[in-house]
Design a protein around this ligand. Structure first.
Ligand SMILES: Nc1nc2c(c(=O)[nH]1)N[C@H]1C(S)=C(S)[C@@H](COP(=O)(O)OP(=O)(O)OC[C@H]3O[C@@H](n4cnc5c(=O)[nH]c(N)nc54)[C@H](O)[C@@H]3O)O[C@H]1N2
Ligand SMILES: Nc1nc2c(c(=O)[nH]1)N[C@H]1C(S)=C(S)[C@@H](COP(=O)(O)OP(=O)(O)OC[C@H]3O[C@@H](n4cnc5c(=O)[nH]c(N)nc54)[C@H](O)[C@@H]3O)O[C@H]1N2
Ligand SMILES: [Mo]
Length: 712
């Protein structure tokens, strides 16, 4: 990268920075953490002389409690990073070489429009947006961008890369992405943390867990990896990846055989317990703890003990709560597994208590006016095809055909780093390396994806723009005010799409809406905007115990153990255990299952280039159990080759008690260019999909590991 800059920001003359005072004397600006994390913290940024000097957690916001994670407390290091992109760049070398030269905004936008127009004239579906949750902001996310792509008639993007299997499961079972309020976990007597490393990825939930623990709650963690969280819980069930449905069904088996059931709740508020042609009860009775133990690779006694803990909570009228997280749904049967778990609180009537039930995501509780933000009316009756972001590798390599539609000719990437995070990177890279593909990337940094761009456009960070946020791990709306002026020539995503729209000749007045107008439009009159301006956050008005008296937002109003819609779709009306596409123990050639959970000090592939955080994570690592290591002559520090039919990845091994036998943990998500061979763990993951929601299966992946060198 050539454009190293000094630390002092060069203000954009036309920008308006929120409350910050550019005169002397520090000011504090209220904002919101933009990252893809359940916690959505309230931030306080100290600004002195137009420079952000400190980012802290807001002590007045109950869920944040004045505490930030290690990553976001380094936010100024990221914002003033010497490698921040501060001017538009145009490719000057071969595709993927990472060679660029500076270009003016006017020249860049005029040329991008000139390249897009003929493609759009032939078939706008040949243009594809690619975005995810680099920022979770409603405004810098899909507002102006959505308008732009709707007007253009570009392909739709199915945004499945993270949560779609679990989200769909919740929707079919409970009626939406709804559940317990997170603060009430503090009152629970049993907390089951299922598929989540809360200390790493949901720190502010863990604060509530600590409160519960001090009040004598029992904590159980269900995770193949002995994570930081697992080692702090009373029990750790280290099951094989992709076997959660079997475990949940065996828990039901025990609840039935010991009659730890709330018969009244089941009768009044559920659907499909006992049916003439078999209901959930009959299905669960097929799953003895012994049968599940064999599938899950854990002792049957551990399953019995967990069922007893869960059942006794019901008998003693104590609240039992499940914090389900997305880690458990990145496998073939992820949707069915999430459904099975989501059924449990209805069996024991745990929902009767506000500190009982399940929480996977609260995002469905927010009344976001997507139509006002994204203006689907601009489609003017067109119904473009949909490209699944989880199989972007295949999509970019797909020729035109009747089923697929036109070959993809242009991709516009924002808020995402697909070359690093999408599965089967070999294919993704091959796709982005196509000489005949026109790629524009809006970014803060020259990521792996930006290396493949024709144009890189510098975007503002959260400290530099307005936004408004919903959350998926609590129930507050947050406002983000800009604390500082945009750095260098950076522009907001919204401004880039506004100007691109003008260059394309789009004249609808909605393309001139300001960011503040978009912030106000997000919730309309459903949230008091003045309160957001005054305090930075507002709590949704919701009942404490949402399903104490049923009233699930499903078509039947009940918790749907049986789903007629899923049965009609051929997925199976009742939850069941579906073995992984690549189940442990099914291949002689590739005997190890690999999962690739996030490293604590990164957020997906964000922060990998922030030195102080990278120094903590040191380098890409593969955790391997001592038995598996000994079999292969591997010691800690050795460089190993991890491989399967899709590719290979060289990485440093760490013989570690965090790994269970038969499962290796390839900690993610490093930038490819930080890896030994310029690859990362997604070189090995597959483009297979989940049973529901068309999601990726990052944790359903068989590999073999070989020693390359001795430990240094
Ligand atoms: N520090 C940090 N925080 C993050 C993120 C990050 O990258 N870093 N990512 C954010 C994102 S994008 C999301 S979606 C959220 C939620 O993020 P999640 O991806 O749910 O993150 P984790 O909490 O790490 O949970 C994954 C856990 O699931 C475990 N796991 C893997 N396979 C299975 C399985 O088959 N069954 C079970 N039971 N467990 C399994 C892994 O070992 C890991 O401990 O967190 C967000 N927060
Ligand atoms: N192997 C493996 N792969 C995984 C996962 C895993 O557990 N294992 N997790 C998956 C999950 S859960 C997810 S959610 C995805 C995440 O994948 P992505 O959503 O692609 O997340 P990031 O890698 O954090 O990349 C986000 C990018 O957006 C940029 N960005 C942030 N804010 C802005 C902004 O305001 N404007 C612009 N233009 N850019 C911005 C950041 O600089 C960053 O480079 O990865 C998935 N991939
Ligand atoms: Mo995610």
């Amino acid at each position: 990268m050539s454009n190293t800059i000094s630390i002092s920001p060069i203000a954009n003359p036309d920008s308006k920075a929120g409350q910050s005072s550019h005169a002397a004397g520090p000011a504090q600006v209220r904002g919101a953490c933009p990252h893809d994390c359940p916690d959505t913290c309230s931030l306080l940024t100290t600004v002195e002389g137009g420079i952000a000097t400190r980012v802290q957690g807001n002590p007045d916001h109950p869920h944040t409690g004045g505490v930030l994670c290690n990553k976001v407390s380094r936010y100024t290091e990221r914002t003033y990073h010497p490698e921040r992109l501060l001017q538009p760049l145009k490719r000057s070398g071969p595709k993927g070489s990472g060679q660029f030269e500076p270009v003016s905004w006017e020249a860049a936008l005029a040329d991008i429009a000139a390249r897009l127009k003929p493609i759009a004239a032939r078939d706008p579906e040949a243009i594809v947006p690619y975005s995810y949750a680099g920022t979770m902001g409603q405004v810098q996310g899909e507002s102006m961008a959505g308008r732009f792509f709707h007007k253009l008639g570009a392909s739709f993007l199915d945004r499945t890369i993270c949560a779609s299997a679990g989200g769909e499961a919740l929707t079919q079972t409970l009626g939406g992405k709804v559940g317990m309020r997170v603060e009430f976990f503090a009152e629970s007597k049993l907390i089951i943390i299922w598929g989540s490393n809360s200390i790493g990825s949901n720190l502010h939930f863990w604060r509530y867990v600590q409160q519960a623990k001090r009040a004598c709650a029992k904590l159980v963690c269900i995770d193949p990896r002995k994570s930081e969280t697992a080692e702090k819980c009373h029990e750790h069930i280290a099951l094989l990846p992709g076997t959660d449905a079997a475990l949940a069904l065996a828990l039901m088996h025990e609840l039935i055989t010991h009659d730890w059931l709330d018969h009244d709740y089941i009768a009044q508020h559920t659907l499909g317990w006992q049916d003439p042609d078999g209901g959930l009860r009959e299905r669960a009775l097929q799953w003895s703890p012994e049968r599940a133990a064999a599938v899950c690779g854990v002792p049957a006694e551990q399953i019995r003990a967990l069922a007893r803990d869960y059942g006794e909570c019901m008998v003693n009228k104590q609240p039992a709560a499940i914090r389900l997280n997305y880690g458990m749904q990145r496998v073939r049967g992820g949707g069915n597994a999430a459904r099975a778990v989501a059924c449990l609180p209805a069996l024991t009537g745990a929902w009767r208590h506000r500190a009982g039930g399940v929480l996977l995501s609260s995002s469905g509780l927010f009344p976001v006016d997507k139509a006002a933000l994204q203006r689907p009316d601009l489609l003017n009756g067109r119904q473009p095809r949909t490209i699944n972001m989880s199989t972007i590798g295949n999509a970019l390599l797909e020729p035109a055909s009747r089923e697929f539609g036109p070959k993809i000719e242009a991709v516009i990437v924002y808020n995402s780093n697909p070359v690093a995070v999408a599965p089967e990177s070999g294919k993704v890279v091959q796709g982005f390396a196509r000489e005949d593909l026109f790629t524009v990337v809006l970014e803060h940094f020259q990521t792996d994806t930006a290396d493949y761009a024709d144009y890189i456009l510098p975007a503002t960070t959260q400290l530099e723009h307005w936004d408004v946020h919903s959350a998926y791990g609590h129930t507050d709306v947050l406002l983000n005010r800009p604390a500082i002026a945009p750095m260098g020539q950076a522009k907001t995503n919204t401004q880039i799409f506004r100007e691109l729209a003008a260059h394309m000749g789009f004249t609808e007045p909605c393309f001139t809406d300001s960011d503040e107008q978009l912030c106000r439009a997000t919730f309309g009159d459903k949230v008091d905007f003045q309160q957001l301006l005054d305090t930075g956050f507002a709590t949704l008005a919701l009942p404490d115990a949402p399903f104490a008296a049923g009233n699930f937002p499903t078509p039947s109003g009940r918790c749907e153990f049986f789903s007629a819609r899923l049965a009609a779709a051929g997925i199976g009306g009742l939850p069941e255990h579906l073995p992984n596409h690549e189940a442990a123990g099914t291949s002689v050639q590739f005997p190890l299952a690999m999962i690739s959970p996030p490293a604590r000090n990164f957020l997906n592939s964000t922060f990998v280039n922030v030195k102080s955080l990278r120094d903590i994570e040191t380098e890409p690592l593969l955790e391997i159990h001592s038995d598996d290591a000994a079999l292969r002559g591997i010691t800690s520090g050795a460089i190993v080759k991890v491989f399967n039919e899709r590719g290979e990845y060289r990485v440093k091994a760490e013989v570690s008690a965090r790994a269970r036998p038969g499962v290796v943990n390839g900690m993610g998500i490093w930038w490819r260019k930080a890896g030994l061979d310029g690859t990362n763990v997604n070189q090995l993951t597959s483009q297979h999909l989940t049973d529901m929601g068309r999601g990726p299966v990052f944790y359903d992946c068989l590999v073999e590991v070989q020693r390359e060198t001795e430990a240094a």
